[in-house]
Design a binder for this molecule. Structure first.
Ligand code: GLY
Length: 473
């Protein structure tokens, strides 16, 4: 946990923001539901516990079955949870009281978990607004349904946009203590990826490498920040099967991150030649993606929108693909027509913090788009999760990629989606190429940006080959 002053200060800021949205007496209350345990099979055999990130941000308590109410009219804060009984203590050992836990994060009042129902019922009965954020877990959705007298399927649509916007405005701009945690998670991610790269030896099963990488994160942190992607079929963007034997001559995409013990994330992607050396054809495409990654980083600074960074990055991608005669024609027109989506059907990046895709559970568009921005429907640009005008303290991923997806190529060709810009004769020779993605994590600073973590993973083709040669000595 951070020091309790951090949580006190965050809740005070949230109270101030919410107070500014309505006159006193009409501001209402917010209910925050921390996560419960999620059984994997029977009740006591649960998935590894992970607390809700917004809960962690404002309350820090990393324990299941906590809830809280902030009263924006009266300025009161109350935590709801049950004290452990002897039956729990036999299995879990001595536990602190709920009151002492609440005080450790600067909340003066606590009450049993079950008292929450009456508090919310009373607020509703007296016509007060009950704010809540969109829940990411089913338990929380059911609990909110019970508390607010709705069907579970009605909970999402009735989230409080006012509260959500206030929370997003705070979590989007990382505090110094959070930046330190992200740097720490990136250091662990660096070690995880280095272990992964060293494991690439033809003949072994991919799963072995995944196990070693995730072991690194669990030995020093909470674990992986999302299910590891490690595949010789990088053209499948999120390939979670790891059952293939490593073959020479392939490209291996490793997209993986670590979550540290404070639950901050890292998220890196590198693509390696399984033989240790790129073929000429692999190197040409790899260099384009590397150039795009570097350009995106150079453009990232306060004042520019990440949408603009995305568009200028895919413009470079198209220019370099044109130099290889894979596309033909005017670059402006290609960008406008969304031709880059055939090669990069995802956005340049997303926010990162307590969640690897920070806050996307709350509402992707509210998180990633300014009020004057509209999300595109084009393939690729439409998947851009972070489009906002950047400000210091934003942490984003920079993850361009080029993928040759046979089914997508066939569809575009059949439906003439490319408006004549694609040279399918040339593209045919890339059908079994696979995919390449290169991802760094980037902090927007006062005058530009810096990559988070203590060091950048090898990224140029020469650096990658040299690192792999060293690994194999
Ligand atoms: N790195 C995984 C993702 O961004 O979805």
């Amino acid at each position: 946990m951070f020091s309790k002053n951090i949580y006190i200060s965050r809740r005070r800021t949230l109270m101030e923001k919410m107070s500014a949205t309505a006159p006193e007496g009409q501001r209402g209350i917010a209910v925050f539901i921390g996560n419960a345990e999620a059984p994997a099979q029977y009740r006591d055999n649960c998935y590894k516990y992970r607390q809700d990130s917004t809960w962690l941000y404002y309350f820090g308590i990393d324990q299941p079955l906590y809830a809280a109410v902030l009263d924006f009219d009266e300025g009161r804060e109350t935590i709801y949870a049950d004290d452990f009984e002897i039956g729990d203590i036999i299995w879990m050992g001595p536990q602190p009281s709920v009151q002492s836990v609440a005080e450790s994060v600067g909340v003066a009042e606590s009450a049993p978990y079950g008292a929450l129902n009456a508090v919310i019922a009373k607020a509703i009965a007296s016509g007060r607004k009950v704010h809540y954020i969109r829940p990411s877990r089913y338990y929380n959705k059911i609990k909110l349904a019970e508390l607010t007298d709705r069907k579970p399927c009605e909970v999402d649509d009735n989230f409080s946009e006012t509260l959500t916007r206030a929370i997003i405005s705070m979590r989007l701009v990382k505090e110094q203590c959070e930046i330190e945690q992200i740097d720490d998670a990136c250091a662990l991610g660096f070690e995880m990826h280095t272990t992964g790269r060293r494991g690439i030896v033809p003949g072994i099963v991919e799963q072995e490498i995944v196990g070693r990488m995730e072991g690194v994160t669990m030995s020093k942190g909470w674990g992986p920040s999302f299910p590891t992607i490690l595949t010789q079929h990088g053209e499948t963007l999120h390939n979670h099967t790891h059952d293939k034997i490593i073959e020479p001559g392939k490209l291996m995409v490793i997209d993986a991150g670590a979550e540290n013990n404070m639950h901050y994330a890292s998220d890196f992607t590198r693509t390696y030649p399984t033989s240790g050396k790129f073929t000429r054809k692999q190197r040409e495409i790899y260099q384009i993606v590397c150039d795009c990654n570097n350009l995106a980083f150079e453009l990232t600074r306060p004042g520019i929108t990440y949408r603009e960074v995305h568009l200028r990055t895919v413009r470079l991608m198209l220019e370099e693909l044109r130099a290889l005669d894979i596309v033909r024609g005017n670059i402006d027109n290609m960008v406008e027509a969304g031709i880059a989506g055939l090669f990069m059907p995802h956005g340049l990046g997303h926010n990162m913090g307590l969640d690897v895709h920070d806050m996307e559970d709350l509402n992707e568009n509210l998180v990633g788009y300014d009020d004057d921005q509209t999300r595109s429907t084009q393939l690729g640009l439409g998947s851009l999760r972070m489009a906002r005008r950047l400000v210091p303290g934003n942490v984003v991923t920079d993850e361009p990629g080029i993928y040759f997806i046979p089914a997508l190529i066939d569809q575009w060709k059949a439906e003439k989606t490319d408006h004549g810009f694609v040279n399918y004769d040339r593209l045919e020779s890339y059908r079994d190429f696979g995919g390449i993605r290169l991802e760094d994590d980037v902090l927007v600073t006062e005058d530009g940006a810096r990559r988070t973590g203590p060091a950048r993973l090898p990224i140029t083709p020469d650096e990658v080959e040299a690192a792999m040669e060293e690994d194999r000595k």
